[in-house]
Design a binder for this molecule. Sequence first.
Ligand SMILES: O=C(O)CCC(=O)C(=O)O
Ligand SMILES: [Fe+2]
Length: 212
Amino acid sequence: MLLPGWLDVDAQLSLVAACRQWARPPAGMHTVRMPTGGMMSVQMVSLGWHWYPYGYRRTAADGTPVKAFPPELGELARRAVAEAYGEAVGTIAGAAGYEPDIAIVNHYPHGAKMGLHQDRDERTDAPVVSFSLGDTCVFRLGNTETRTRPWTDLELHSGDLLVFGGPSRLAYHGVVRTLPGTADPALGLTGRLNITVRQSGLGPRAGVGAKG
Ligand SMILES: O=C(O)CCC(=O)C(=O)O
Ligand SMILES: [Fe+2]
């Protein structure tokens, strides 16, 4: 579900300010090396659970405890899910009782992108909520079966809300490119930020993934 302009400028400004705090060390913004050896071009910071390829743990990349998941971000994401699905909320897995406990903030400097992937390191089928801030990007929304066509390229603008739930929860998706300089200068942001809010399905202490 795409709800363009769901965040007004004030809400965008407060999220950008929050991202600046979350980005600070310890457990701050970092780059990620993929198991194949390459570095991701985005920088990221996780809240609640630290994401690494491919799993979640409580310890951040610098070895310090991951920052807490902010309850107000959970509240915002719950409202996003409720408004995205409206009366159909009961038909979408995990939407009615949405209890997110993870946020991943991605920063896209000019030239950064994200290859086509599924968000499948969570242990629930509850929706993933995505907020876009800053520069516009070309977002590729694929199908749930393959990394290949059919896909749809759409622009995500600052303030747009995208919710992956129900039949599209495991849709392949990625960021083809950002459009440098398209952000409202009032945001004071270089590049693009994306915040995804997720429900881990993990217990309070457990970690999952290839490295346990
Ligand atoms: O930046 C985006 O819009 C998508 C980010 C994403 O797919 C992810 O963090 O898993
Ligand atoms: Fe994703």
